[in-house]
Ligand binder design. Structure first.
Ligand SMILES: *[C@@H]1O[C@H](CO)[C@@H](O)[C@H](O)[C@H]1NC(C)=O
Ligand SMILES: *[C@@H]1O[C@H](CO)[C@@H](O)[C@H](O)[C@H]1NC(C)=O
Ligand SMILES: *[C@@H]1O[C@H](CO)[C@@H](O)[C@H](O)[C@H]1NC(C)=O
Length: 146
């Protein structure tokens, strides 16, 4: 693949280390999942998901746990699959307000062992679209979609 050097400079550092779907779509009351793929050198780091602009205190962030178990926070859960170098984020009981820009990323500040990380922090922006579900007008009847 040949890319002009200027285009490479425009890209965020480490953007080639992590990839995922640019757009994902769900329906109100339903759920959606996003799978982000990372390079092997990031296997030992924590993976996270947050809503842009991902400010601490303002944007809720879910982060994978070293134990390898699924981490859940409200309607959002995250699970790392080191076996195939992916992690999955699932959003449940979608509302129209969930539509927006999110980020899947890898926290390289600290390694699991507490050693400083030397790799740039990669992240990938994912746009979530939520379309009105067939039962959006009567949301109480939507439980079968979750
Ligand atoms: C994602 O959605 C945007 C806005 O609707 C659209 O312009 C873009 O082509 C989509 N990209 C992909 C890869 O589907
Ligand atoms: C999703 O909605 C269903 C039905 O209202 C509810 O039972 C369930 O606890 C909700 N799940 C989450 C993760 O909020
Ligand atoms: C990775 O593994 C998990 C769990 O085994 C699986 O759910 C997921 O679909 C796999 N992803 C890919 C891209 O193979």
């Amino acid at each position: 693949m040949r890319l002009p050097w200027a285009l490479l400079l425009l890209c965020v550092p480490g953007s080639w280390s992590l990839s995922g779907p640019r757009n994902v779509t769900g329906t109100v009351g339903g759920s959606l999942s996003v799978q982000c793929r990372y390079k092997k050198e990031y296997e030992a780091f924590d993976k996270y998901w947050c809503r842009q602009p991902c400010l601490p205190l303002f944007s809720e962030t879910v982060t994978t746990s070293a134990s390898g178990r699924e981490v859940r926070s409200g309607r959002v859960s995250i699970l790392d699959h080191p076996g195939n170098l992916t992690f999955t984020v699932t959003l449940k009981n979608l509302t129209a307000d969930d539509a927006g820009k999110y980020r899947c990323g890898i926290s390289t500040l600290l390694m699991e062992e507490g050693l400083p990380g030397f790799l740039p922090e990669p992240f990938f922006q994912v746009q979530v679209f939520v379309s009105p579900g067939p039962c959006s007008a009567v949301s109480t009847s939507c439980s079968s979609y979750s």
